[in-house]
Design a protein around this ligand. Structure first.
Ligand SMILES: Cc1cc2nc3c(=O)[nH]c(=O)nc-3n(C[C@H](O)[C@H](O)[C@H](O)COP(=O)(O)OP(=O)(O)OC[C@H]3O[C@@H](n4cnc5c(N)ncnc54)[C@H](O)[C@@H]3O)c2cc1C
Length: 389
């Protein structure tokens, strides 16, 4: 006999956990089915940066609401801990992108985001260990920083369970069942489940999961190496930072480490389950070279560890938050290496889309699945043309 539940969430990463939490808060008793264990996909490898600087207003709004309503008040809003650290965030822009930087910051200020354009001299005053060479201006967000994606996932899940959700791990969804144009449930390694709502939040595996419902979703994988470096003892305060000039990003990791990564060595199109969980040969050497241009003291650092994570990526590098032609079957996938910081507000908006038909927390309509068929790929007003849009 199949088990019956009122909603199924496929995948217990941070986005699945957030959607399950918001559905449970609205009175549903969702069942979260996870192939392995919670946060075993992209979430467990996330760099956890929280910043509001995007070239697309809808993405800035998703992170702003995620900060304002959730990360800034985690214990009261969700319970547990997200590990949020307000270190400040710097977006360092290439000289030729000054007008774009100013355009993006102006758009973000209109949304109410605490951000401003500051000069290279001001960057050095705020963070004396950063060398302000090869750029004139940066965007600075004093409220941003980073959080812990695994802690965030676990607190969403614990809270969802308190509201009646069920989490089943080691339970791979192997088939999606439909009748009369409606989804009716799923088959899994641990039996069958009937439900009128099924949400595909399967990260790098979402393309395959969508194909079980007969849908072709334009997704490939993005594989990204991340290093943890020992923090030199003489290094002062550093922010979370995306540096478009040296093409890397970094942030503190607690008081003893620095997390850093670049985009040059990231791979596209690996199998979601590719065993190759080791970084490329040149990754570390290149990264240290890039970082030393901004933080010379990093030369005194040593390697603590490296890990590799994999997310799903869409042709326009923007998420898909959407219903589909199969009634009751939803997509929250293709998060394109940037879906942690948006997960609270995106999960709330997905729950509203599912239950009310209209998202209210943030209008996620621009992220609809049909944009690919319509040829309306998302494009920021002032794009810098790199992966960290
Ligand atoms: C290295 C790296 C660094 C990143 N840094 C940042 C950052 O600094 N800031 C930021 O905002 N974002 C960042 N991201 C992106 C962000 O972490 C991801 O977008 C987000 O974690 C994705 O969450 P998810 O729940 O959609 O997917 P995942 O965490 O991948 O979860 C999907 C889950 O689905 C499960 N699953 C798959 N198939 C099935 C099936 N058939 N049945 C049941 N379960 C299934 C998987 O086992 C997995 O646990 C980064 C990503 C990576 C990889």
């Amino acid at each position: 006999m199949p088990q019956t539940t009122n909603a199924i969430v496929i995948g217990a990463g941070v986005m699945g956990a957030s959607i399950a939490f918001h559905l449970a808060e609205r009175g549903l008793k969702p069942t979260i089915l996870e192939r392995k264990t919670t946060a075993s996909g992209a979430t467990g490898h996330s760099s956890g940066l929280i910043r509001m600087h995007y070239d697309l207003a809808a993405e800035s709004e998703l992170t702003f609401k995620s900060y304002q309503i959730y990360f800034n008040d985690w214990r009261n809003r969700i319970g547990g801990d997200s590990g949020f650290q307000k270190t400040g965030f710097l977006q360092i822009a290439k000289r030729e992108h000054e007008a774009k930087l100013r355009g993006n910051v102006a758009n973000q200020q209109k949304l109410g985001i605490n951000t401003s354009v500051i000069s290279a001299d001001e960057v050095e005053r705020l963070f004396p260990d950063l060398i302000a060479d090869h750029f004139d201006y940066a965007a600075y967000e004093p409220d941003s920083g980073y959080a812990d994606a695994t802690l965030t996932t676990n607190s969403f899940l614990e809270s969802a369970k308190r509201n009646g959700a069920t989490l089943i791990q080691n339970c791979e969804v192997t088939a999606i069942n439909a009748a009369g144009g409606k989804v009716i449930g799923v088959d899994t390694a641990q039996g069958n489940f009937d439900a009128p709502i099924v949400v595909n939040v399967a990260g790098a595996w979402a393309k395959h999961v969508a194909s079980l419902a007969g849908l072709k979703v334009p997704l490939e994988t993005w594989t990204h190496d991340v290093a943890f470096l020992h923090r030199p003892s003489s290094l002062g305060r550093i922010p979370a930072c995306i540096d478009d000039v040296t093409n890397c990003y970094f942030r503190p990791e607690g008081s003893a480490l620095i997390l850093a990564a670049g985009e040059d060595e990231s791979l596209r199109g690996e199998e979601p389950d590719a065993e190759d969980q080791t970084p490329t040969d040149t990754f570390l050497e290149k990264l240290i070279d890039q970082m030393a241009k901004r933080i010379p003291k990093i030369e005194q650092s040593g390697l603590h560890s490296i890990h590799v994570g994999r997310d799903g990526i869409t042709p326009d590098q923007r998420a898909i938050y959407s219903g589909t032609d199969l009634h009751g079957f939803y997509l929250a996938c293709g998060l394109s290496g940037t879906g942690f910081k948006t997960s609270p507000a995106a999960g709330a908006s997905m729950a509203e889309l599912i239950l009310d038909g209209t998202p209210k927390t943030v209008d996620i309509t621009p992220f609809r699945f049909s944009r690919f068929a319509e040829g309306k790929l998302l494009q920021g007003e002032f794009g810098y043309g790199n992966i960290w849009k």
